[in-house]
Write a protein that binds this ligand. Structure first.
Ligand SMILES: CC(C)(COP(=O)(O)OP(=O)(O)OC[C@H]1O[C@@H](n2cnc3c(N)ncnc32)[C@H](O)[C@@H]1OP(=O)(O)O)[C@@H](O)C(=O)NCCC(=O)NCCSC(=O)CC(=O)O
Length: 342
């Protein structure tokens, strides 16, 4: 990112967040402070270059680690809430990375914090149904689309959210001696907690993207999470022992850190040991809630920790959880390619 500001808040569980925002931008755009003034167009203008650029810096690192040329990417799925026009950030990212003109692009917009897991599920479907496909999943978010002053309606969002981009390359049948898989996406599913569609919402207004987060979100997730997980584990070919009494602590957990009470509630509902949420809490502390990109950071933090924990037993199976408007709960069952962390 070119410009950064860091903010600290104890209650939100964040110590550091990154924003594409500085005093110069605010001086040039006094309308960003005032929700009564039209600012959407200026925000979309800025996001149109910043969002794909941020994604490109993450993707370049992922492609370098993957070890194959960018032109071997066959599909691109771009998740963001920060974009508002077409051609969109997906096309700009493809051009920044030098992807082939025939790359099949999909943009998923306004999924909020479950955008990353939705993109991963779509990538799995594409990879398994198109021989040799390699899907670049890119999630990139810039809070400038919603940033506002203290008089705005979204103070909780301003306290929690940060900018960030995360990318993952998804494929089937890894190429021997070249590709080193980190996680296998075993199964993926989506559930909606019905009749509370206004609990988490986003809407484009003349003053930018307006977020709505009900005070009831943490409790709703806490009350519904175990039933949702039991549904998933009851139907999925997950390869773990299912006898009706799952020990959730036998799994590893990559949970979207929507805010401290969300992590606390899930931890309590599933009786998880505190270290199960350590990667999620670390990402919230260091980067804030980066919406759809956050879950990529959590997976990255898990593998970083596993690499450090020499000789210790790592769970083979795990769960990725993300939530967003609906309230939608996305669950992905993961299998760790453990040899990569040894
Ligand atoms: C906002 C918080 C940091 C505040 O934490 P605190 O430790 O201070 O304690 P608390 O929860 O008791 O709340 C303190 C005060 O904030 C108010 N408060 C809490 N949550 C609120 C909300 N969503 N909207 C408006 N006010 C809220 C309480 O009523 C209380 O007010 P008073 O002091 O007057 O009694 C936390 O509650 C939090 O992280 N909430 C989760 C936010 C959330 O829904 N995240 C999901 C993001 S959406 C996402 O991740 C997916 C997506 O975007 O798609």
């Amino acid at each position: 990112m070119e410009e950064r500001r860091q903010g600290k808040s104890d209650k939100t569980g964040t110590e550091k967040r990154h924003f594409h925002m500085n005093e110069e931008i605010l001086r040039a755009h006094p309308e960003f402070h005032d929700p009564q003034l039209p600012s959407l167009e200026a925000r979309i203008d800025m996001a149109a270059t910043k969002v794909p650029k941020l994604a490109a810096s993450a993707a370049e690192k992922a492609i370098a680690e993957w070890g194959r040329p960018a032109t071997d990417i066959t599909h691109l799925i771009f998740g963001t809430y920060s974009d508002g026009r077409a051609p969109s950030a997906d096309l700009h990212l493809a051009s920044l990375l030098g992807l082939r003109p025939s790359v099949c692009r999909t943009i998923i917009n306004l999924h909020g914090c479950y955008g990353g897991s939705r993109a991963l599920q779509l990538a799995k479907e594409i990879a398994e149904n198109n021989h040799g496909a390699r899907v670049l999943v890119a999630c990139s978010e810039a809070t400038l689309i919603s940033f506002g002053g203290p008089d705005g309606s979204n103070l909780v969002g301003h306290g929690l959210f940060g900018d960030g981009a995360g990318t993952i390359i998804v494929g089937a049948d890894p190429m021997a001696n070249v590709e080193r898989p980190l996680f296998e996406i075993v199964s993926a599913s989506q559930t909606t907690i019905l009749n509370i569609e206004h609990a988490i919402g986003m809407e484009f207004t003349k003053g930018g993207l307006d977020f709505n987060m009900s005070i009831h979100v943490p409790a709703l997730l806490r009350q519904n999470i175990e039933r949702c997980l039991l549904d998933v584990f009851g139907i999925g070919p997950v390869g773990v022992h299912i006898d009706g009494s799952i020990e959730w602590n036998d799994l590893f957990w990559a949970v979207h850190p929507g805010g401290p009470p969300i992590l606390d509630g899930i931890e309590a509902a599933l009786k998880l040991q505190p270290e199960k949420m350590a990667a999620s809490r670390h990402v919230l502390r260091e980067y804030g809630n980066m919406s759809g990109a956050t879950i990529v950071f959590v997976l990255d933090e898990l593998r970083r920790r596993w690499r450090k924990e020499e000789g210790e037993r790592r769970p083979e199976w795990g769960v990725m959880l993300a939530f967003g408007p609906g309230i939608t709960i996305e669950t992905i069952v993961l299998h760790s390619a453990a040899m990569q962390f040894a």
